[in-house]
Design a protein around this ligand. Structure first.
Ligand SMILES: *Cc1c(COP(=O)(O)O)cnc(C)c1O
Length: 380
């Protein structure tokens, strides 16, 4: 039968991607998959075919979930629409209304908001305590406690979590553990090696690495990921195929980016430590033998005009994010930590002079010289 114009515009033949052996993974930019006949479709429900509808699963999103699971040495993984939805799906997979979570008090601002407001509205109570203190965690345990939640490297003060201690408490009291490994990345640290049950990433950051995608990944024990996948599907916080494809492309260069960025960050932290207008430099020393990450936070002396400093950075842009190949700066009290109450912020050391630097892949001396010059220009 010859097709008429309107039919032809819709049904022109696409090349058979499965047989073309393309070197790069094609983008399965499709909301659903088709079937030869009803038996063929039934085979999806029998578990013989993988794909039916992209919200349930798609080759590109699976690539990201499985890819990050592989490098995290976790049993399984699922990709989500953002880091936030990875956290949400992970927590809802293991905690029910009426149950209780113990979380570190120095979490990423968005996570704090999710746990303190949204989860509370869903009937899940969260206690925020200092994870630097074993006794504080233990004292917060209630009969309904199910989960310990923390970050392997905290934001913006870059405290390296004692994962061994967190896991020991979880095991002693029969709790699950969930770790946000966004800042450390699996290149530097794999929380599953300490026994973590669930690990989340904002793939928007180092896994994507190019500031062009918003995505999340949750990895961990197979049975927990199965439960989380159900949440991702039901809540509709699946990732789009194109975003997944971009994040997968980022993942391929994670090692070389982290190697260079960690090296540059160490050089910058070392240089700023001897700068008389920098009161304090926050940079980890004990994260990993491969490096200590690409985030550096500094507290400027009160002699430095913060507004002027931000205006004097030239090619280094202000951005309320991190982890791209370009060096960027952010101002925690006005961005990521805006929603944290002043009293909590003060207790945590997030002051007016605090600047968070996400170090990129540029030449180390260009980065150092630009910061030194901005500090000099901003001196009152
Ligand atoms: C950015 C970030 C998140 C949230 O991720 P989104 O992709 O923005 O949803 C969670 N945790 C940490 C540590 C982050 O840096």
């Amino acid at each position: 039968m010859t097709q008429r114009f309107n039919t032809k515009t819709v049904h022109f033949q696409a090349k058979d991607v499965a047989r073309n052996m393309s070197k790069a993974q094609p983008i399965y930019q499709t909301s659903a998959f088709t079937f030869k006949d009803l038996d063929d479709m039934e085979s999806f429900y029998q578990g013989e075919k993988e794909y039916l509808y992209s919200r349930f699963g798609n080759p590109n999103t699976d690539d990201l979930g499985k890819g990050v699971a592989a490098v995290e040495e976790a049993e399984d993984g699922v990709a989500t629409s953002s880091g936030m939805s990875a956290i949400l799906a992970g927590i809802l997979a293991v905690v029910k209304p009426g149950e209780h979570v113990i979380a570190s008090e120095d979490l990423y601002g968005g996570t704090y908001q999710l746990l303190a407001v949204e989860l509370l509205n869903l009937g899940i109570e969260v206690s925020f305590v200092s994870f630097e203190n074993r006794e504080e965690i233990k004292n917060a345990i209630q009969p309904t406690t199910r989960l310990l939640y923390t970050e392997s490297v905290t934001n913006p003060l870059l405290r390296v979590e004692n994962l061994q201690m967190v896991q020991a408490i979880a095991e002693e009291f029969g709790l699950l553990s969930m770790i946000d490994n966004t800042f450390a990345t699996p290149f530097l640290l794999q929380p599953t090696k300490f026994g973590a049950d669930l690990v989340i990433h904002s793939a928007t950051k180092y896994i994507g690495g190019h500031s062009d995608v918003t995505a999340g990944v949750l990895v961990g024990k197979k049975e927990l990921i199965e439960k989380a996948r159900v949440k991702v599907v039901s809540l509709g916080c699946n990732l789009s195929p194109f975003e997944a494809w971009l994040a997968c492309r980022g993942l391929k260069t994670l090692s070389i980016r982290m190697e260079r960025q960690s090296k540059n960050a160490l050089a910058l932290a070392t240089a700023l430590k001897t700068n008389e207008d920098v009161k304090k430099v926050y940079y980890p020393t004990e994260l990993s033998q491969k490096g200590n990450g690409a985030m550096v936070s500094i507290e400027l002396n009160s002699s430095v005009d913060v507004e002027k400093f931000f205006q004097s950075l030239g090619w280094i842009k202000i951005a309320p994010t991190l982890a791209g190949v370009e060096t960027t700066v952010s101002y925690p009290i006005r961005t990521s930590h805006r929603t944290i109450p002043d009293t909590v912020r003060e207790k945590l050391g997030i002051t007016n002079g605090l600047v968070r630097i996400s170090v990129g892949i540029e030449d180390e001396l260009d980065i150092i010289e630009t910061f030194e010059s901005a500090i000099k220009k901003a001196k009152g």
